[in-house]
Write a protein that binds this ligand. Sequence first.
Ligand code: SAM
Ligand code: SF4
Length: 325
Amino acid sequence: MKDKFERNINYMRLSITDRCNLRCRYCMPEGIKKVPMRAIMTYEEMTRLCRAASEIGITRIKITGGEPLVRLGCPDLVREIKKIPGIEQVTMTTNGILMGEMADALRAAGLDAVNISLDTLDPEKFKHITGFDMLSEVLEGVRASLDTGMRVKINTVLAKGINDEEVLDLVSLTEKYPLDVRFIEMMPIGEGGSFTPVFNDEVLHTIRQAYPAMAEDHSVHGNGPASYFSMPGHEGTVGFISAMHGRFCSRCNRIRVTSQGKIKPCLCYSDTINIKPLFIEADPMQEKEVLKEALARAVSMKPQTHCFDNVSAMTEQHKMVSIGG
Ligand code: SAM
Ligand code: SF4
């Protein structure tokens, strides 16, 4: 369905847990309280929500977290959502730690593509950023995902003085592997605000100097507002999600739902619609209509733009781990 600004909202990011097996500094600092399981939507509720969403024009679902793969039975949820008429694509954003063991099951369940978050190829830095010495598990997850034939994207968030020297190392993954390496600008959400972001015009400049023949690639790579570039002879491409700058908001096509059942019209603002109390198993038809009305209201509440350039206007106080990226 279209929002007030004529943007077609056809993509829903669904967080299925607020728990995670890593502690990325900019996302989930130590000490965050766990939400009790009873406050989290069940898989059945999530499936019913996706069914309602498909009836207001959502065609693509991204499963996210926390870390989605720490919630048991994740492939079953993928399978159920894939069965919904009108849902064309189910994809996932994961830190990749469990992908080595789960890629085949997810692919068999119908997962169409995976985004694996990876900020560094240096084991020491990986430990510094995420709190765990598990880079090799993530690389194994990337390999296993590629082996299934799924489309694979690497999501990298750069921070000055931490991993900004690694741009070309990360780009070199595209030489051998058919994957997209995407640079996502750090947003001042939660702990993200205490890091110095690296803006994508600077990253593009660094890459262009090393690969003068790189050219914009206008083919469609996914759901979001990323722009892509290819380099002659490389199997994969490089993408940029310029969340802080660029044409991010004019291309916005999404709503977000937290694992506790709050629909979020925009990343930047705290406004949500709480749907957890709307699940009324006794009357499935009535429930679907109520959910559709709540989803449509969230779409109509989408603001024209975010306000990351004026942090005092931001109202979102949650950490990214409970929003899902
Ligand atoms: N655990 C999964 C993962 O790491 O992909 C899914 C959830 S995580 C919150 C989704 C994405 O949000 C990750 O790629 C992460 O790097 C990104 N992220 C977290 N905090 C961010 C911030 N402040 N600015 C930009 N991206 C952020
Ligand atoms: Fe966990 Fe993903 Fe956040 Fe890292 S970015 S702490 S892996 S939810």
